[in-house]
Design a protein around this ligand. Structure first.
Ligand code: SF4
Length: 371
C-alpha cells in the first residue's frame, strides 16, 4: 500500500476523538492490523494532541476482530480500545470498543471484469443442469473431492454473489446496481452472526453462500479472501481490485493445488497414532468444545490427542513435540495457508474426520469455518 492509498483511507479519527472527549478518557488503546501499523504513531500523536488521553498501541500482531486485547489492556487501566480495520464479531469484548472499518474511497470501473463474469455465469448455468451425485465409487468420490469448481451439491440458481472485504463494503450496493445494469442477477449474501454486514466475508467465514449463487465477484485486494471463498464454495470467482482497478479470477489450478495438498495430508495422517490438538487462546478463535470432541473421536479410534493451548501458532512453538501430527482448532487459515512451514502434518478438524472415516470424500472438501 503506498502513501497515496493511505490518504484515501478513512480512519474516522474525529469520531474517535469526540468519544474520548465525551467520556473524558485518560488512557486508551489502539489495535491496528499489520498493513496499517505504519500509520500508528501519527494517529497516536493526533489523538494525544486533541484530547487529554494518553494512547497505548497494542503492538502484537493483529489479523482479525477475533483477536481482541481487552483483558490485557484492562489490566493496564485502559478505558477504551479503538480496533481498526475489522468489524465487530459475535464475541463479548468485556470493555468499551470503537470498531473502525477504515474504508477506502476507490471506485473502479466494472468493464475489465465483465468478460470474466460472462464465462463464470456460463459455468454456473451448466452446473444448474448437473445430476444426482449419490452412488459414486470411492475413486469418483475422491476425484470430486479434488475438483476445485463443481464439487459442491447441485445449484438452484446462477446468480452473481457480490462480496467485499471490510474496506470496500460500503460500495457493494452501488456495485449491485452497476452489475444489474450490465445484465446480471446479483445477490449480496447475508451471513451468520460472525459477520456484521451484508456482503461481508472473513478469512474463516463465508456463511452467506447459498445454492442460488452460481459464481462470485470479490471487491478487494490480495488473495487471502478469494482462496477461502473458492475453497468454501467451489464456485468460480472473479476479483476486482479497488486499489488498482485490475480485474482477475481465482485460477482453478491454484485451488486444485491446495486441494491436492490437503488430500496428501489426509492420506499422510491415516496411520498416525499421536496427535496434538491446538486450541487458540484468542477470544474469537477459541474452539474448546470442538477440541474436546476431536480428542474423544481420536480416543474412539484408539488414538491419542493431547490438548495444547496457544495464543500464537507457529512451527517453532510446536514442531518439537513428539507427536505424529497436529490438528488446528485456532484460526482455520493457519492449516490452509501455512502448513508447508511445519515439519509435521497440520490439518483441520474436517480433514482429521475424513482421515478417520467419520466424514466422506464425496461431500466435497469442507472448508473449516468458525460460525
Ligand atoms: S480466525 Fe483467522 S481468518 Fe478468522 S477473523 Fe480471525 S484471523 Fe481472520
Amino acid at each position: 500500500m503506498n502513501s497515496m492509498d493511505l490518504s484515501r483511507h478513512d480512519f474516522q479519527l474525529e469520531e474517535l476523538i469526540d468519544r474520548i472527549k465525551g467520556h473524558d478518557h485518560r488512557l486508551i488503546a489502539l489495535q491496528i492490523p499489520e498493513g496499517l501499523k505504519m500509520q500508528a504513531l501519527e494517529m497516536m500523536d493526533e489523538i494525544e494532541d486533541e484530547t487529554s488521553a494518553k494512547v497505548i498501541l497494542a503492538a502484537d500482531p493483529c489479523y482479525g476482530a477475533c483477536d481482541l486485547v481487552h483483558d490485557k489492556m484492562k489490566m493496564m487501566g485502559v478505558e477504551l480500545v479503538a480496533h481498526m480495520g475489522h468489524s465487530q464479531m459475535n464475541i463479548d469484548s468485556g470493555m468499551p470498543t470503537q470498531f473502525i472499518d477504515v474504508t477506502y474511497d476507490g471506485d473502479p470501473a466494472i468493464d475489465p471484469v465483465l468478460p470474466i463474469l460472462a464465462q463464470h455465469r456460463a459455468i454456473a448455468q451448466a452446473r444448474l443442469n448437473e445430476g444426482d451425485i449419490s452412488g459414486l465409487s470411492e475413486e469418483e468420490a475422491q476425484d470430486r473431492f479434488l475438483d476445485a469448481v463443481g464439487r459442491i451439491a447441485p445449484l438452484k440458481g446462477a446468480k452473481l454473489g457480490l462480496v467485499a472485504s471490510i474496506q470496500h463494503l460500503h460500495l457493494v450496493f452501488d456495485y449491485k446496481e452497476r452489475f444489474e445494469a450490465a445484465g446480471y442477477v446479483v445477490e449480496v449474501p447475508v451471513g451468520g452472526a460472525r459477520l456484521t454486514f451484508p456482503g461481508q466475508v472473513l478469512g474463516c467465514n463465508y456463511s452467506g453462500d447459498d445454492d442460488e449463487i452460481g459464481h462470485y465477484l470479490f471487491l478487494g485486494s490480495g488473495d487471502f479472501h478469494p482462496i477461502g471463498l473458492a475453497l468454501h464454495t467451489g464456485k468460480p470467482l472473479a476479483m476486482l481490485d479497488p486499489y488498482t482497478g485490475d480485474a482477475s479470477e481465482m485460477g482453478t489450478e491454484r485451488i486444485e493445488r491446495i486441494l491436492r495438498q490437503r488430500f496428501g495430508l489426509i492420506m499422510a495422517i491415516q496411520e498416525s497414532q499421536n496427535f496434538a490438538i491446538l486450541i487458540g487462546e484468542k477470544p474469537g478463535q477459541m474452539r474448546r468444545s470442538l477440541a474436546l470432541k476431536l480428542k474423544r473421536t481420536l480416543a474412539k479410534h484408539g488414538k491419542k490427542g493431547y490438548l495444547l493451548a496457544l495464543e500464537h501458532v507457529g512451527p517453532e512453538l510446536i514442531d518439537f513435540y513428539p507427536v505424529d501430527a497436529f490438528v488446528n482448532t485456532a484460526c482455520p487459515r493457519i492449516a490452509i495457508d501455512d502448513s508447508v512451514k511445519y515439519a509435521k502434518p497440520l490439518v483441520t478438524p474436517f480433514e482429521l474426520e475424513v482421515a478417520l472415516g467419520e466424514k466422506k470424500w464425496e461431500t466435497g472438501y469442507q472448508f473449516d469455518e468458525i460460525p
